[in-house]
Design a protein around this ligand. Structure first.
Ligand SMILES: Cc1cc2nc3c(=O)[nH]c(=O)nc-3n(C[C@H](O)[C@H](O)[C@H](O)COP(=O)(O)OP(=O)(O)OC[C@H]3O[C@@H](n4cnc5c(N)ncnc54)[C@H](O)[C@@H]3O)c2cc1C
Length: 411
């Protein structure tokens, strides 16, 4: 369980509340992984999240093999997912179905993804960060940045009791997701042109679940994703090509989502007995480009550092990987007082994700044109070389050992 003593019950002197090297805003995968790595390196870290944990997050809830491998590196032992104390399901690959065309791909031997409830895996990560020594305050919403000239020097947050609090640190890490307040206040993010929306939900009673993520693309820009998340449940995400289409759901989101999914011929029978568990979460739009920036005292990770489209399910990998890349840069910046390591982190992250991002744009564009899309699925499916290559890129499958360990202790 997470500690419940709040540093904001201000019997504490100001230097305890401000005695942090790094404030991590947001405790999703990028924030928790960063907090864990920094705390393990001796950095004094305070992580803040607006929500009470465990909290749900709209997501297809499948970690690709790259994300699973990153978890292993961050936790310091391979197969870290084996210590998940909650239901989860191995994922061996994916299948895309569009009318009579389909493409099925398996991850390379020995590599697999994992489907599980996001609130559980995110909570698990937070607990690891706290155990490594990071302080964590939930229900604490960051409202804006504190500036000292051109430099970010801390944040103004709202405590769980609604009091404004000013917190200072050498570095503020924006891990606060798609609608990052940190990026917005630094004026580096904007809305992109892609205006999609999605509903995500959990289903009981889906028949024929395989150990694969299934994507049904019936046309009209609609994508229905189905992934096993353990305990016999499936995550179902219905993505729509225009945010305004989501309004069609009106108040009856469950009815709308099930109707849309059952209208896909391949799903009609499989969803006959399916029932929705819990709330349906709506979200979108997703396209949030971030402008090149160089702001002293600030670093962005995960979705806050830029996001495009959930179709290929690579967001958790990128969140974890950005933490792996940022942690040693932050340690080095704290040690040397030079902004260069954080600058280099920005370029390294961009470079590492560039191929995947280009592919995401291509897939998104082609998937809007049913004829072209089906032809592409058939063509790629006819070549095992192409299919395997695509599975490796989209799965962020590690080719060689990547490193993540912060190299030295902070001063
Ligand atoms: C519909 C959909 C389906 C997806 N499916 C998949 C999938 O199957 N696989 C996959 O890998 N990726 C998927 N993604 C992407 C994935 O969910 C994200 O890329 C990932 O969660 C990013 O992690 P993060 O840590 O950057 O941000 P988040 O997980 O969004 O975490 C951000 C945290 O910051 C907190 N926060 C926000 N604002 C503030 C504030 N002002 N103050 C304090 N805290 C704040 C939030 O409460 C949250 O806990 C999907 C995304 C969407 C939208």
């Amino acid at each position: 369980m997470l500690p419940c003593i709040s540093i904001f019950h201000s019997v504490l002197p100001w230097w305890v509340m401000n005695g942090y090297d790094v404030i991590v805003v947001g405790a999703g995968p990028s924030g928790s992984a960063l907090a864990k790595l920094l705390a393990a390196s001796g950095v004094r870290v305070l992580m803040l999240d607006a929500e009470a944990f465990p909290r749900r997050k709209p997501c297809g809830e499948s970690l690709n093999p790259g994300a699973v491998a990153a978890l292993g590196r961050i936790m310091g032992h391979p197969h870290a997912e084996e210590s998940f104390d909650f239901p989860h399901s191995p994922i061996e690959g994916w299948r895309v179905i569009s009318g009579r065309a389909s493409l099925e791909a398996a991850y390379p031997a020995g590599q697999y993804g994992v489907g599980c409830r996001r609130e559980r895996v995110d909570q698990w990560l937070v607990e690891h960060a706290v155990r490594a020594g990071a302080a964590f305050e939930q229900r604490t919403r960051v409202e804006r940045l504190i500036w000292e000239g051109e430099r970010v020097a801390g944040v103004i947050a709202r405590s769980p009791e609604g009091r404004p609090i000013s917190l200072r640190a050498s570095i503020v890490a924006g891990s606060d997701g798609l609608r990052s307040v940190v990026a917005r206040h630094a004026k580096v993010n904007r809305y992109g042109s892609l205006r999609k929306a999605a509903f995500t939900t959990r289903l009981n009673g889906v028949s024929g679940l395989t150990g694969r993520v299934e994507l049904f693309t019936p046309g009209g820009g609609k994508v229905i994703g189905l992934a096993p998340i353990g305990g016999g449940q499936a995550n179902m995400t219905v993505a729509l090509s225009h945010a305004h289409e989501a309004a069609l759901a009106g108040k009856d989101r469950s009815g709308y989502v099930l109707r849309e999914a059952r209208a896909v011929p391949e799903l009609m029978e499989r969803l006959r007995e399916a029932e929705i568990e819990g709330d349906i979460m709506a979200c979108g739009p997703f396209d949030r480009p971030v402008l090149p920036h160089d702001i002293a005292g600030m670093v962005l990770l995960g979705d806050a550092a830029g996001y495009y489209d959930p179709l290929t399910g690579q967001g958790i990998y990128r969140a974890l990987r950005s933490a792996e890349l940022a942690a040693p840069a932050i340690v080095e910046t704290l040690r040397t007082r030079s902004p260069d390591p954080i600058r280099r982190y920005g370029s390294a992250r961009q470079e590492e994700f560039a191929t995947g991002t280009r592919l995401q744009h291509i897939i998104e564009r082609i998937s809007r044109q049913p004829l072209l899309w089906r032809t592409a699925l058939r063509m790629i499916g006819a070549s095992s070389l192409l299919t395997n290559k695509l599975a490796i890129v989209i799965g962020d499958c590690p080719k060689e050992a990547k490193t993540c360990i912060p190299v030295m202790k902070s001063p």
